[in-house]
Design a protein around this ligand. Structure first.
Ligand code: CTP
Length: 408
């Protein structure tokens, strides 16, 4: 496994296990990590020990489990959480319960695992798992938002059969998926010194102050690219259409509404960028006129027909003067995916295009996963399986890094 740890040793990971039915999967994850050469220590909450025995983790790691704050005989400096956070290169909590997320997000460090997370300044990945009605609580969304704002990575739960037998979104991703996310967490920072400009979300084109034309983009894919680029050391500039998401930690975010505003703000940042990733779903048309006041029924202004005009194709205009920059576009298609994407790649003078078919399950607007095919100027298209948007973001960046190196 490629990591930023020193060459003389493998990466060190503190694996936190909290009390949910899915805790048994942590045993498999531990094994997979060890097979990749990762040195793992395990910290459990008391309730996690009701689901999986400490003895299992102790046997597999050859180390007693870390659980008790007051187990001071094990501490070198007198404080176990300080020792653990100094030892680890990364912390992963798999599974993370609602209780743990809420505590970690509000600084309630009242067990050894939460203390270690709060004391740690390296990369942290939390993997929530719970009943889907718990995941629908405001407390959950709130905790995730705060954690993400503080730079913590989250591997979102997936949809599937829950412990209760019901189907819902709350299931812990499989160990193999967590392993991929952990590899992303431990990556060397290969974008240090680069500036990455990312657009995200939809645009809105107003007919009047209360009505607009838009699309269902939520910004998740663009924000995932921004997060991944920041994690890999880039300076990240985001120009975002309206979204409910908080900007990823450490990125410079500019909020816009219309395609024209997005164009202006992207142009203003273009000179600084080494890479541009246009993940925004930009409106292709806008109303010729926008009314200053709400259009009233029966006033002769009924919207039986609206005259529209094209917006500027931002990406195509950047493509005409891209210089040394790496330009990446997205192609949203509902038919003839590769033909459509290939023609956009050429027409807009791009280096890479990320094609997705909006009709594929697990792809497109709003969901946490995507199913994409990557097309570069040379080579065969690369069809990726259904992956989390964070993973897709790293796959995109994996293709950008060598393109940047070629231009140095
Ligand atoms: N794009 C852009 N400016 C626009 C429209 C699209 O920069 N006015 C960018 C998008 O951000 C995306 C790429 O162009 O990266 C392709 O967008 P898409 O909507 O798939 O295609 P279009 O170029 O709009 O073509 P069509 O609607 O015919 O599929």
């Amino acid at each position: 496994m490629n990591t930023n740890s020193s060459h003389s040793r493998g990466p060190r990971l503190l694996l936190g296990v909290t009390g949910g039915v899915a805790a048994f999967k942590a045993v498999l994850l531990l094994r997979a990590l060890q097979e990749e050469g990762v040195e793992v220590r395990v910290a459990m909450t008391d309730s996690a020990t009701k689901f999986v025995g400490e003895a299992t983790f102790q046997a597999l790691t050859g180390q007693p489990v870390y659980r008790d704050i007051w187990d001071l005989d094990r501490s070198e400096g007198g404080e176990l959480h300080v020792d653990l956070s100094a030892w680890a290169d990364a912390i992963v909590v798999y599974p993370a319960t609602l209780d743990f997320l809420v505590r970690a997000s509000s600084g309630r460090a009242n067990d050894l695992l939460a203390l270690s997370v709060s004391c740690f300044d390296g990369p942290v990945l939390l993997c929530p798992a719970m009943h889907h009605r718990m995941a629908a609580q405001a407390a959950y969304e709130d905790a995730l938002r705060r954690l993400r704002e503080s730079g913590v990575s989250v591997l979102p739960p997936v949809s599937g059969r829950l412990a209760s037998g019901e189907i819902g979104e709350g299931r812990l991703p499989e160990p193999a998926d967590a392993l991929l996310a952990i590899k992303d967490l431990l990556r060397p920072p290969d974008l240090v010194g680069r500036t990455v400009l990312v657009t995200a979300g939809p645009t809105r084109e107003h007919l009047d102050p209360v009505r607009f034309l838009s699309n269902p983009s939520t910004g998740k894919m663009g924000y995932a690219v921004a997060r991944a680029a920041a994690r890999r050391g880039a300076r990240v500039l985001v120009v975002s259409g309206p979204t409910a998401l908080s900007p990823p930690a450490g990125v410079e975010c500019c909020a816009v509404t219309t395609a024209a505003e997005m164009h202006t703000e992207v142009e203003a940042r273009f000179d600084q960028a080494d890479v541009v990733v246009m993940a925004a779903a930009v409106a292709d048309f806008r109303p010729v006129a926008t009314a200053d006041h709400k259009l009233k029924k029966g006033s002769g202004n009924e919207l039986s027909s609206v005259r529209m005009e094209p917006t500027t194709d931002i990406l195509a205009s950047l493509g005409q003067r891209k210089g040394h920059r790496v330009l990446v576009g997205f192609a949203m298609e509902t038919e003839k995916l590769l033909d459509g994407a290939q023609s956009k790649l050429e027409r807009k003078n791009l280096d890479l295009i990320v094609a997705n078919n909006l009709t594929t399950e697990g792809a497109g607007f709003g969901v946490n996963t995507n199913v994409v095919t990557l097309l570069a100027r040379h080579g065969e298209p690369v069809e990726l399986p259904r992956l989390s948007k964070d993973r897709v973001a790293h796959e995109i960046i994996d293709r950008i890094v060598p393109l940047l190196a070629e231009r140095d």
